[in-house]
Design a protein around this ligand. Sequence first.
Ligand code: SAH
Ligand code: DHB
Ligand code: MG
Length: 223
Amino acid sequence: MTQTQWTAVDDYITDLLVPPDPALEAVLQSTIDADLPKINVAPNQGKFLHILAQIQGARRILELGTLAGYSTIWLARSLPADGKLITLEANAKHAEVAQENIDRAGLTSVVEIRVGEALKTLPKLATEGQAPFDLVFIDADKANIPQYFQWALKLTQPGSVIIVDNVVRNGVVIDANSTDENIQGVRQFNTLLAAEPRVKATTIQTVGSKGYDGLAIARVISD
Ligand code: SAH
Ligand code: DHB
Ligand code: MG
């Protein structure tokens, strides 16, 4: 099995199940125009997140890692009209492009971008006394996933769901001796996850247009 085949199958699935959408296509075009990294979730993954948030009945979503707002828009569109999505982004240029995309998608009043390193903006969410989030999507830098997961636990409640992107990384996750800080971040997160009594969790490997990777999903089961 090769990347070419995974991409062809993703294209087949997306052609069938994910109709073209002007606002989402504009996000992908803006990513090219502004020369941002093309590391947004794939269209079928975006729709998966959207459906998951609806199954969850999410009214409040927290996202770490906005980029141009592609996953943000998929997730925000799952919310009721009075719902809220807060998305954290360290890079001011990414945030600026994302804001334009969110405005174009008609989600200005639903989505709030907080610019800054997530390890700075997360404590602020806690001190502000934000109501618990029903779903957290962790998709920023990988070295800090362990800390992000701990913040996610603080900012959620029993019944909430925490999703972590990019936890398989071409299978390299099983290399205990990897010198890549991203891999070590994922591995430390997995250790935390395994030992965390407050969640019920699993991880699914994925292949597709974005390569071979995986998603962790944790349901908060107790305070
Ligand atoms: N969720 C997006 C993709 C996010 S890519 C999508 O699927 O469409 C990862 C993003 O995290 C990048 O925009 C990067 O600038 C941002 N990022 C990296 N380190 C960060 C940090 N410490 N705090 C907040 N955001 C960070
Ligand atoms: C990459 C992919 C991602 O989904 C992400 O959030 C960060 C990096 C990558 O392929 O490098
Ligand atoms: Mg990702």
